[in-house]
Design a protein around this ligand. Sequence first.
Ligand code: NAP
Length: 287
Amino acid sequence: MKVLITGTNGMVAKAAINYCQSISDQVSPFTHQELDISNQTAVYEAFEREKPEIVLNCAAYTDVDGAETNQKICYRANSIGVENLALASKNINAAFVTISTDYVFDGLKFDFYTQRDTPNPQGVYAKSKLKGEILARNTYARSIIVRSGWIYGAGGTNFLSVMHKLLADGKQIKVISDSYGTPTFAGDLARRLRQLAEIDLPGTFHVTNAGEGTSYEGFARKVCEIGGFDGNLLQSVSVNELKRPAPRPQSSKLACLFSEKFGLEPLQKWEAALSEFLKKLSRELHD
Ligand SMILES: NC(=O)c1ccc[n+]([C@@H]2O[C@H](COP(=O)([O-])OP(=O)(O)OC[C@H]3O[C@@H](n4cnc5c(N)ncnc54)[C@H](OP(=O)(O)O)[C@@H]3O)[C@@H](O)[C@H]2O)c1
């Protein structure tokens, strides 16, 4: 299949390129520099030229704290950009998959969020992502919206990469003990994005690795256990002790009502995905 992927300097996009190429898709990758999704004319021209059958939107303004002061640039990418891609996909009749976030929820539920829960985003980034969801649905009924959270993988700066470097350097790190989520390996997410495009059933999907989810501290302790790092380097803190510019949901575990009903097996458990990723990372560092 011919697959157009946006934001290809990003972490999930890189995993999506790898996965699509592994199944012999013909991939048209676009970095931010090559295609600014907030530029409607540029988006239309790229789509007319490439004529993809599938569009995977991995581009987004992802600086959650920065969004509080860069509202305009954030909305241009996460809302207008998604609308542009949805309309351009509609024009050429392509399947359209766009990624959203667990941050659309306010985090007060402390149980898994499903598609039955009403979003209530708190910060600018979260609000811009929900607006992107709404614009996608309203613009192109065939849109597939994939909410995910706590994503880590190769080639990106994320909570795991930061944590891993500090632990490897023997530095103390503060880990939040009372904020919960469902970790997601970018490689597993990428495969599911492509599968959902293939199934071509519109709607909102929640995609994370399987299991009960964990706290940041639980995740960090698992990293120490698998990676052989000293657990004493972890200093447990409460979410209220960290003052950050943007509000974040305290608990944003996701579960999907539809995936298994549509014949999709659950993604592997988060502990297994983390173990696989850390072992690969360790091999690469020692080669
Ligand atoms: N990482 C997580 O834990 C997480 C959790 C939930 C949901 N998500 C969602 O997952 C998706 C992928 O995230 P990620 O972690 O892979 O993010 P990422 O590594 O920050 O990649 C995002 C990419 O989008 C590009 N971009 C920004 N504005 C753009 C624009 N206007 N036009 C085209 N490209 C643009 C960025 O380029 P520049 O850097 O050059 O601006 C960057 O290469 C996003 O939709 C994000 O909201 C991520």
